[in-house]
Design a protein around this ligand. Structure first.
Ligand code: MN
Length: 231
């Protein structure tokens, strides 16, 4: 079929130990899903899960062993890091019960939900959508996806982020308010999940600013680390 211009190529993420890549469909994100982070953002820490999306082409895909590059974005003076466990959906579905959620997971990756915090806060104050604070170009670095069977006990893994080798965020995936299965249950009530969907599951406390020249290193036990420099 002829197009009026060439379509944008599909975004895909490498898979650890396999030659095939994971083709991305949508990028969902969970808000305030660790109690200590909810509290640092001025909330009680207990609320129903809520979601936002990032464009698929906002992903900055970083290969194993490489350092990715993210440009310091426009319009902000307060770019924040949020280290997150990313769940990669391998089989779609609607109204997936938490008990069945594991059948739908292909694997896991380390991701960064980069945030123009000043713009997000302004939108919150005005009751407007978060898009400009969250869904900007190159706002979603991600490392390679490790298939479930090779990833170990992700539900109890340590999750950490350093900036220029200094500790910024350090927690455990077990501290998620809504765990991976419950998140899939809630999300699949609101949207029909499809193979290729990614879910950024939320960040623990310690979010803070980065500037040009900083190098972030995200680590979740059992997964490929993610290293990204801001330039
Ligand atoms: Mn986040």
């Amino acid at each position: 079929m002829p197009y009026v211009f060439n379509p944008t190529p599909a975004v895909s993420v490498p898979v650890v130990g396999r030659p095939e890549r994971f083709p991305v469909h949508r990028v969902y994100c969970v808000g305030r899903n660790y109690e200590d982070h909810a509290i640092e953002m001025g909330h009680t820490g207990r609320e129903a899960p809520f979601f936002f999306l990032k464009p698929t082409d906002a992903l900055v895909v970083v290969n194993a062993g490489e350092t990715g590059a993210m440009p310091y974005p426009s319009l902000t003076h307060n770019l924040h890091h949020e280290i997150e466990l990313v769940v990669a959906i391998g089989k779609g579905g609607k109204n997936i019960a938490a008990i069945d959620a594991h059948h739908h997971i292909f694997g896991y990756a380390v991701g960064l939900d980069m945030t123009r915090r000043d713009l997000q806060n302004e939108m919150k104050k005005q009751g407007r959508p978060w898009c400009i604070g969250k869904a900007f170009d190159q706002s979603a670095p991600i490392g390679p996806i490790t298939p479930v069977l090779d990833a170990g006990d992700i539900a109890n893994a340590e999750i950490t982020l350093t900036v220029n080798h200094q500790d910024r965020q350090r927690s455990q995936v077990s501290h998620l308010i809504w765990n991976i299965a419950e998140t899939i249950e809630h999300l699949s009530k609101a949207w029909a999940l499809q193979a290729g969907d990614l879910i950024y599951t939320g960040t623990p406390a310690g979010v803070a600013a980065v500037v040009a020249g900083d190098t972030m290193r995200g680590y979740i036990r059992g997964l490929e680390p993610l290293t990204v420099t801001i330039n």
